[in-house]
Write a protein that binds this ligand. Structure first.
Ligand code: FAD
Length: 298
């Protein structure tokens, strides 16, 4: 099928982009990499009157570390994050990006485009929620910062208004004593996840805390502290933390995995996937955190 007719504008500054979008009175849509939007247009699931192409806005093409954050502008493509050494400041991005579709898609798709699209089974929104990244949303009234955990409000639904552009996202840089884990199960590599987990563990002065985000298991990424579950597993583990987590994580899986079953997987199967992946990745994240804290040799 072909897209319904639309107008196309390509502003060359951020104020112009905001003005162009506002002038459509809600009938416009931003296009960045087009990797999600173009298929949706071709299927006529969206019929915007105007596409506002932001790829020629120089203010949105920035990537760098400042003030404890890796900041990624709206036109920075996913492949650039994979290749640029500055991204090593946020190890989870390097762990998650190879799972986002295929390399060709990542050469065009942007990090912010994935967040704005808000597919519940997408990898980058889950990473943003686990780290509680900060999103900069800019509209005719100015810019505001939205924590990732408040940005996603449902499947393909976010805090973005019709006149808003997601201009940047800031991920906190990994600190000493932090360790991370990421895993997903998809039917084929490059497909969206049937279930996936992102784990973050902090080990500091004898204290351990842990957070887990699930994706592909609800209508948005779901995040929860699992410090208590990790502490219980550490008390009982006898050396095998991942195995000891299986019991405590059963209730977490029941709580977080609330998607209906579909042609690919039932809810119970997704819960089992989630529990297994979560146990494994939390265990790995804990070991990595201990190495990063200097508690064990790296
Ligand atoms: C075959 C295939 C497989 C895929 N597999 C995966 C996968 O496994 N995991 C995954 O996460 N994604 C996958 N994708 C989707 C895609 O690659 C995502 O990475 C992402 O959605 C693409 O971003 P983009 O820059 O191309 O966004 P676009 O397609 O340009 O835009 C997507 C949506 O976000 C809005 N938008 C984009 N940028 C902004 C902005 N700065 N401000 C406000 N709104 C904005 C657009 O209006 C549109 O609604 C796949 C796509 C295809 C075609």
């Amino acid at each position: 099928m072909k897209a319904a007719p639309f107008a196309y504008v390509r502003p060359s500054s951020l104020p112009d982009a905001i003005a162009e979008l506002a002038s459509t009175g809600g009938g416009g849509k931003v296009i960045a990499g087009g990797q999600s939007l173009v298929p949706v247009l071709a299927m006529r699931l969206a019929r915007p009157e105007t596409l506002v192409d932001i790829t020629s806005v120089p203010e949105l093409d920035h990537l760098g570390v400042a003030g404890g954050y890796l900041e990624i502008g709206a036109t920075v493509r996913q492949r650039r994050i994979e290749r640029d050494p500055v991204s090593a400041a946020v190890p989870l991005l390097g762990m998650a990006l190879p799972w986002v579709g295929h390399r060709e898609l990542r050469s065009r798709g942007t990090v912010c485009g994935s967040l704005a699209h808000a597919d519940p089974a997408a990898e980058l929104p889950a990473v943003a929620c686990c780290l509680n990244a900060e999103l900069t949303v800019t509209g005719p009234g100015g810019a505001r910062r939205v924590p990732a955990r408040e940005f996603f409000s449902g499947a393909m639904t976010t805090a973005l208004g019709a006149d808003d552009i997601l201009t940047a996202v800031r991920f906190p840089v990994a600190a000493a004593g932090e360790g991370f884990g990421f895993a997903e199960i998809a039917r084929r590599h490059g497909d969206f996840a049937l279930a996936g987990v992102v784990a973050r563990v902090r080990v500091r002065g004898g204290e351990t805390d842990a957070e887990l985000t699930g994706f592909g298991v609800s209508d948005r990424p779901v995040t929860r502290s699992v410090s208590g579950e990790l502490a219980a597993a550490l008390n009982e583990s006898g050396g095998d933390v991942s195995r000891a987590l299986s019991g405590p994580l059963t209730a977490v899986a029941e709580e977080l995995v609330d998607t209906e079953g579909d042609a690919h997987a039932s809810r119970d199967y997704r819960r089992r996937l989630f529990r297994t992946l979560a146990g494994r990745e939390l265990g790995k994240a804990y070991e990595r955190a201990r190495k990063s804290a200097g508690e064990v040799d790296s």
